[in-house]
Design a protein around this ligand. Structure first.
Ligand code: PFF
Length: 453
């Protein structure tokens, strides 16, 4: 089966697809609002540090495990170790893909819904974020609206994944990622040229260290995982289609740089506009769906910017959603011998159904709570705060401690011989962060998520 396995058509195809997985709602919806809530520049500094010392080393490991074994997460661990423990880490990754995609598609649906609402003119008459909030409440409060757009978003995701690695994921990423970057540049230029934009820039770049506390550091670290799609085998799966002629280290560095650049650009585009309109940067999750529509409504030509912005979000969400579905599909194709179409229909369909109660968590099921959380919140918490950090921890331990140093380094040097000759210190530094720094810090995040520290 392995010789017929799919692969990326080109190196740039892989980079764009993996950056597409990394760049998502996490960058454009979540990063700006958590930065806003946690004081701006100082938080961004801590976040960048977490990306550099934990995200980057773990990303290299994930891509490397995938590239070396040319398998999905379960198959990858099975071929590198014969212990059941590591197999179950692979399974938890597939499970996390299942869970994350189910609720991710609900928010992805909202972004498409907002593109349509912009075109229908519903967003153009707001005079305050409160008014935008009322519309948001009534849209997300409508089961037909949330379910309808969840269905549409999911259908698009399945449509791309069914067409395969090269013909679906790579081809669509090569179109969508340049469009995403172009839109972001337009919005950023619009933001920094607004009167009063400098206050937004100061908020992003001038740190107020008093805003940093243990909680914000943990949020930054948890987000570093989510934003780089780490801890559940998405990058492992994408890495499994990568050629052994290319360097895993260089590719991972490019993915990290693109992901970080895009989060920061989104921050600039959003906060310059929010501050120029005198609105609150710490509006929380509603920043994008409530504060920004009010900003656009007060801007000349705002309807065009609003359209571009929600299109940007929809594209970012879609290129991430396809990577989540691919993890699950790759498992059934590689391990269980399913054909791609059947796996997409059956497992995509099941994930879609699991998303239904998440979509209804904002309306019909808003009052059905478990542990004080809606269904949506429970699934999000379990996947993002428990399964991803746990998966990341296990991947760091596997690459740092379980895989023999000789084999891991031989695998890493394949396609990257020049890099290790020019920077011989890289090996020691990478292993140090992987073996010691990442496991300790991730364990703290995990214990905190579970309320134990
Ligand atoms: N990295 C994506 C984002 O920032 O929105 C979310 C994500 C995608 C997480 C794929 C995990 C994953 F496997």
């Amino acid at each position: 089966m392995t010789q017929n396995r799919e692969a990326w058509g080109s190196k740039i195809g892989f980079i764009l697809a993996a950056a597409g997985s990394a760049v998502g709602l996490g960058n454009i919806w979540k990063f700006p609002y958590i930065a806003g809530e946690n004081g701006g520049a100082a938080f961004i500094f801590v976040y960048l540090l977490c990306i550099g010392i934990i995200g980057f080393p773990v990303l290299i490991s994930e891509v490397l495990i995938g590239r070396t074994t040319q398998k999905n997460p379960v198959g990858a661990f099975a071929s590198l170790s014969n212990s059941k423990l590591w197999l179950s880490v692979g399974f938890l990754g597939v499970l996390a893909g299942f869970l994350i995609l189910s609720f991710y598609s609900v928010i992805g649906g909202w972004t498409i819904g907002y593109v349509i609402e912009t075109l229908r003119g519903s967003l153009s008459s707001f005079t305050s974020p409160e008014e935008a909030g009322v519309l948001f409440g009534s849209l997300s409060g409508s089961p037909a609206w949330t379910l309808g757009f969840h269905t549409l978003f999911f259908a698009l995701t399945m449509f791309i994944v069914v067409k395969g690695v090269q013909g679906g994921i790579e081809k669509s990423s090569k179109i969508m990622m340049p469009v995403l970057l172009s839109i972001l540049v337009i919005l950023m230029v619009r933001g920094v040229t607004l009167d009063g934009a400098d206050e937004g820039m100061a908020f992003l770049w001038v740190p107020d260290w008093s805003k940093i506390n243990a909680q914000s550091i943990l949020i930054a670290l948890g987000h570093a995982f989510f934003t780089l799609s780490l801890g559940m085998g998405a990058m492992m799966t994408y890495g499994s289609y990568m050629s052994k002629k290319d360097s895993v280290v260089t590719a991972s560095a490019q993915i990290v740089l693109l992901d970080t650049l895009i989060a920061l650009m989104a921050g600039v585009a959003i906060f310059t506009a929010v501050f120029a309109s005198g609105l609150n940067p710490a509006a929380g999750p509603g920043l994008i769906f409530q504060t920004l529509p009010a900003v656009f409504a007060s801007m000349t030509g705002g309807v065009y910017f609003s359209f571009l912005f929600f299109l940007l979000l929809a594209i970012a969400a879609l290129t991430s959603a396809i990577s989540l579905l691919e993890v699950v599909v790759a498992y059934f194709v590689d391990e269980k011998g399913w054909d791609r179409k059947g796996a997409v229909l059956i497992f995509g369909g099941s994930i879609y159904l699991l998303g239904v109660p998440s979509a209804l968590s904002f309306n019909l099921m808003a009052d059905s709570k478990m542990f004080g959380m809606t269904f949506f919140d429970v699934v999000d918490f379990l996947a993002s705060n428990v399964l991803l950090p746990f998966g990341g921890l296990m991947i760091a331990i596997f690459a740092g401690w379980v895989w023999s140093r000789t084999s891991v380094m031989a695998a890493l040097k394949e396609g990257a011989e020049g890099l290790f000759e020019n920077y011989p210190w890289f090996e020691g530094v990478w292993l140090f962060f992987l073996k010691f720094v990442a496991p300790v810090l991730i364990t703290i995040v995990l214990l905190n998520s579970l309320g134990l520290v």
